[in-house]
Design a protein around this ligand. Structure first.
Ligand SMILES: *Cc1c(COP(=O)(O)O)cnc(C)c1O
Length: 314
């Protein structure tokens, strides 16, 4: 997607991402800048929360785009920040980016299958995601992308083309000219991995059957219940993730008092007692009840276990 949508010009050469971005994203944008002969030290803008804060306010993104937007070629922003669990108003970000003349794309690794998304209405140029988190497709599964309709038939866009992105009706004619398929399919490069795509297909069928609206409605309650239990049973723990349901998905990111070493011990104790959470350096425990298969009873049992984990690891 960046081969197409990161097209630096003389005056617009920079990429804006969030500070502390997932390693894969950061490596990818640094590689893109380098590929274009641009020094990442000066061309990568990493927007950090205010000193002492964990979350990035939408106004800070807007201010950055107002002040520096004319230098920025591409804004690449997460749907949900993987470490803090903060969900962003994607339409507001896309609007601010486009008003500043930037291309804008989203990394939805933690948002797909978690939030209700309206990518077309957001007017973002593109979005990408892996499907092995909430979509359950398993490690190594095929990723996905969205390309806005206004680019759907624009054959003039440069891209890393491959034969599988060629329009289907003439694909097997194997003629030299590349005619992209309509929409995101025109960016496919090669055959999809069938064995890795099959579990994804099965999972997507379950999502369709359950309905993302209903999953999200349950998710808001499930994560709200988790928050309630943590406040009651472990009031000393800091909930880093925003408190407003609209600003988060399933996940709560927790900061355990007593430092990273204790946090890690708590995480390991939980794992040994049957609660699968996740540890993110330097000091964040992530807990994410997934509405497709976690119950309110699971969350209740976790709350009790978490209180015991804190007691057992002073
Ligand atoms: C998990 C994740 C990825 C996944 O990267 P892969 O290269 O598909 O493994 C990318 N970005 C973010 C923010 C993630 O959380």
């Amino acid at each position: 997607m960046m081969a197409t949508f990161f097209r630096p010009s003389r005056s617009r050469t920079k990429i804006l991402i969030e500070a502390g971005a997932f390693a894969s994203d950061r490596h990818a944008v640094v590689a893109q800048l380098t590929w274009h002969g641009l020094d990442p030290a000066t061309h990568l803008i990493e927007l950090a929360p205010e000193a002492g804060a964990d979350l990035v306010h939408i106004d800070a993104i807007r201010d950055c785009l107002r002040e520096r937007g004319s230098e920025i070629a591409l804004v690449l922003w997460p749907g949900i920040q993987f470490r803090t669990g903060q969900a962003f108003d994607l339409a507001a970000i896309a609007q601010a980016a486009r008003a500043a003349g930037c291309r804008v794309g989203f990394d939805l690794a933690h948002a797909i299958g978690n939030l209700e998304l309206a990518l077309h209405d957001s007017e973002a140029d593109f979005a990408v995601w892996c499907s092995y988190k909430y979509l359950n497709a398993g490690p190594g599964a095929i990723g996905g992308c969205f390309v806005h309709e206004r680019h759907a038939d624009d054959a003039s866009l440069p891209r890393l083309a491959g034969w599988w992105g060629h329009e289907l009706s003439t694909r097997f004619a194997m003629r030299p000219g590349f005619r992209p398929a309509h929409g995101a399919a025109g960016w496919a490069v090669s055959n999809p991995p069938i064995f890795a795509a099959t579990p994804l297909l099965a999972s997507l069928e379950l999502f369709d059957e359950a309905g993302i609206e209903r999953l999200r409605a349950k998710s808001v309650q499930l994560t709200g219940f988790l928050e309630f239990l943590i406040e009651r049973l472990a009031p000393q723990v800091q909930i880093v993730t925003p408190r407003a349901p609209a600003e988060r998905g399933c996940q709560l990111s927790l900061r355990i008092p007593g430092g990273a070493a204790r946090g890690r011990r708590v995480f390991e104790w939980l794992g040994a007692h049957g609660a699968i959470c996740d540890w993110r350096e330097p000091d964040i425990l992530r807990v994410a009840p997934a509405p497709l298969y976690n119950s309110f009873e699971d969350v209740f049992r976790f709350g009790e276990l978490f209180a015991r984990a804190l007691e057992a690891n002073p």
